[in-house]
Design a protein around this ligand. Structure first.
Ligand code: SF4
Length: 225
C-alpha cells in the first residue's frame, strides 16, 4: 500500500461491513487502499457480465484477484451470466455511453451485489465504478441507491472516490502495480463504438490483452474506461 497520508474514512450511519462492487483492478485499486488505510472491513464483489469478449473479462478479473490476494482482501467471483445481460439491454444496442443502456447495465450489476450483500451480512454497498472520469457519477449513484433500497438492512455509500487526489492515486497505483489497461468500457457496443471513433481519427483498432500500465507507450493515456 502507498505511504500517502490519508484522512480516515467513516462509514455512513455507523455501519461496519462493506461489499464493494468492482469492475476492474485499475478502478478498485485506490478504493481498496483508501478503505484498508481506514481499517474498514470490506470484500470485493466482481460481477460484470457486461464485459466482452470472454478473454477481456478473464484478464480484468484475474488482475483484480491478483491485487486482492496481495492484500488479503476477500474476493467474491460472481456469475458471468452474459445471456441475461444481453436480454436486459435488448433494444439499447445503439444507446451512447452514459445513456440508457448504461443505466440498465449498472442496475443489473448493483442488483446482484445488493442481493449478495443482504444475504451475507453486509450492511453497506459501494462501488469503484464512479472513480473513472469516463463515467457519470450521478448515474452510478442513482443505480447503487436504487439497488440498496430493495433491502431495509442495506445502505449505498455514495462516496466520491475521485476527490482528495483519488483520481491521481488511481493512476499511480495502476502504474505501480502494472495493471492491465483496458481501452473500452466493457461491452461489445462500447468496443464497437470506441473502434469506430478510432477509425475516424486514424487510430488502430483495440488489441485485447496487450496494454499494461507502467509501460512506456501507455503514459499519457491513463484513465481507466
Ligand atoms: S458502455 Fe459500459 S456501462 Fe455502458 S452498457 Fe456498455 S459496459 Fe455497461
Amino acid at each position: 500500500m502507498t505511504d500517502f497520508k490519508r484522512t480516515k474514512l467513516e462509514l455512513p450511519e455507523g455501519r461496519s461491513k462493506v461489499l464493494m462492487h468492482s469492475c476492474c483492478a485499475p478502478c478498485s485499486g485506490e478504493v481498496m487502499e483508501a478503505m484498508t488505510a481506514s481499517g474498514i472491513d470490506y470484500s470485493i464483489f466482481f460481477y460484470n457480465p457486461n464485459i466482452h469478449p470472454v478473454r477481456e473479462y478473464e484478464i480484468r478479473k484475474e488482475e483484480n484477484i491478483r491485487f486482492a490476494q496481495k492484500h488479503n482482501i476477500p474476493f467474491i467471483d460472481a456469475d458471468y451470466d452474459m445471456d441475461n445481460w444481453f436480454d436486459r439491454v435488448k433494444g439499447l444496442e445503439d444507446a451512447p455511453e452514459r445513456g440508457e443502456r448504461c443505466t440498465v447495465c449498472f442496475d443489473m450489476r448493483f442488483e446482484r451485489a445488493a442481493l449478495y450483500a443482504h444475504e451475507h451480512g453486509f450492511d453497506t454497498l459501494t462501488s469503484a465504478l464512479g472513480i473513472s472520469r469516463w463515467k457519470d457519477m450521478n448515474q452510478i449513484n442513482d443505480c447503487g441507491e436504487r439497488a440498496a433500497a430493495r433491502y431495509s438492512d442495506l445502505v449505498y455509500w455514495a462516496y466520491n472516490w475521485r476527490k482528495g487526489g483519488g483520481s491521481q492515486r488511481m493512476i499511480q497505483i495502476s502504474k505501480r502495480e502494472e495493471f492491465y489497461q483496458q481501452e473500452y468500457c466493457g461491452c461489445v457496443y462500447s468496443l464497437r463504438d470506441t473502434n469506430r471513433w478510432r477509425r475516424e481519427h486514424g487510430r488502430e483498432r483495440i488489441k485485447i490483452g496487450v496494454k499494461y500500465y507502467g509501460q512506456e507507450e501507455t503514459l499519457g493515456e491513463d484513465t481507466p474506461r
